[in-house]
Design a protein around this ligand. Structure first.
Ligand SMILES: Nc1nc2c(ncn2[C@@H]2O[C@H](COP(=O)(O)OP(=O)(O)OP(=O)(O)O)[C@@H](O)[C@H]2O)c(=O)[nH]1
Ligand SMILES: [Mg+2]
Length: 196
C-alpha cells in the first residue's frame, strides 16, 4: 500500500484508505487491578464492556489498537498495557514513549497513595520528561469510590505537580458506564480536554 510521510509528528497516511495511523507510542500503566484492561477494551469498543464483563490480570504486556473517528478520517493508535504486577519492570518499556495513560482505581482506598508514589517514580524517568501524561481516575461508577478531589488529595497531586516537569491532564472515567471515554479518545487524538 502507498504510504506518505506526513511531517514531523511521525504520522503515516495510508493513501488508498481513510485510515491514519497515529505513531505516537502510548503506554498504559497503573497498579494491579486498577482497571487498565477493561478501560482499554471500552476504548476499543463501547459495546464490549458492561457490568457482566470480567477480566484477568495482565501478566506481561498487551497491545490494544484503538480507533478514533475524526471527520472522514479514521485514526488508529496502539496502546501497550503493562500489567501492575510488572511495575518493577515498567521502565523497560519507556523508550520512545510519547503518551502515558496512568490508571488509578478510585474505589480502592488502600491503593491510591501507593499509586501516587508509583506515578511519581515513573515521572522522574528522563525518557518520560517530554511525554504527555493522562491521569485516569477510574471506577467512577462504584458508589464507595473517592470523589475526584479526595482522590487527588490522596495522590498528593498538588505536591507532585510542583516536583515534575510534565503537564498532567486528569480525567474521571468508568469502563462500565463509558464515562470519560470521549475525553480519553480526544486526548489520544491530541485534542485539548476541558479540565474542571
Ligand atoms: N465497577 C468497576 N469495575 C471495574 C472497572 N474497571 C475495571 N473493573 C474491575 O476491576 C478488576 C480489575 O480490572 P482490570 O481491567 O483487569 O485491571 P488491570 O489494571 O488491567 O489489572 P492488571 O492487568 O492486573 O494490572 C476487574 O474485576 C474489573 O471487572 C470500572 O470502571 N468499574
Ligand atoms: Mg490488565
Amino acid at each position: 500500500m502507498d504510504k506518505t510521510f506526513r511531517g514531523e509528528n511521525r504520522r503515516f497516511l495510508l493513501l488508498n484508505s481513510t485510515t491514519e495511523v497515529i505513531n505516537d507510542m502510548a503506554i498504559c500503566l497503573g497498579p494491579s487491578g486498577s482497571g487498565k484492561t477493561l478501560l482499554l477494551k471500552k476504548l476499543q469498543n463501547v459495546k464490549a464492556v458492561d457490568n457482566t464483563t470480567t477480566s484477568v490480570s495482565t501478566v506481561g504486556t498487551d497491545m490494544f489498537t484503538i480507533k478514533i473517528s475524526s471527520g472522514d478520517v479514521e485514526k488508529q493508535i496502539v496502546v501497550r498495557e503493562v500489567g501492575g504486577v510488572m511495575a518493577p519492570l515498567w521502565p523497560k518499556y519507556f523508550d520512545g514513549i510519547k503518551k502515558v495513560l496512568y490508571v488509578v482505581d478510585t474505589s480502592n482506598l488502600c491503593q491510591i497513595s501507593a499509586a501516587g508514589v508509583l506515578l511519581y517514580t515513573i515521572l522522574l524517568d528522563p525518557r518520560l520528561k517530554k511525554a504527555k501524561i493522562l491521569l485516569i481516575l477510574t471506577k467512577m461508577d462504584v458508589s464507595y469510590r473517592q470523589m475526584r478531589n479526595e482522590a487527588l488529595l490522596m495522590l498528593q497531586m498538588r505536591r507532585l505537580k510542583r516536583e515534575i516537569t510534565q503537564n498532567i491532564t486528569i480525567v474521571e472515567a468508568s469502563a462500565i458506564t463509558g464515562e470519560g471515554r470521549n475525553d480519553i479518545l480526544n486526548w489520544l487524538n491530541d485534542k485539548t480536554i476541558k479540565q474542571t
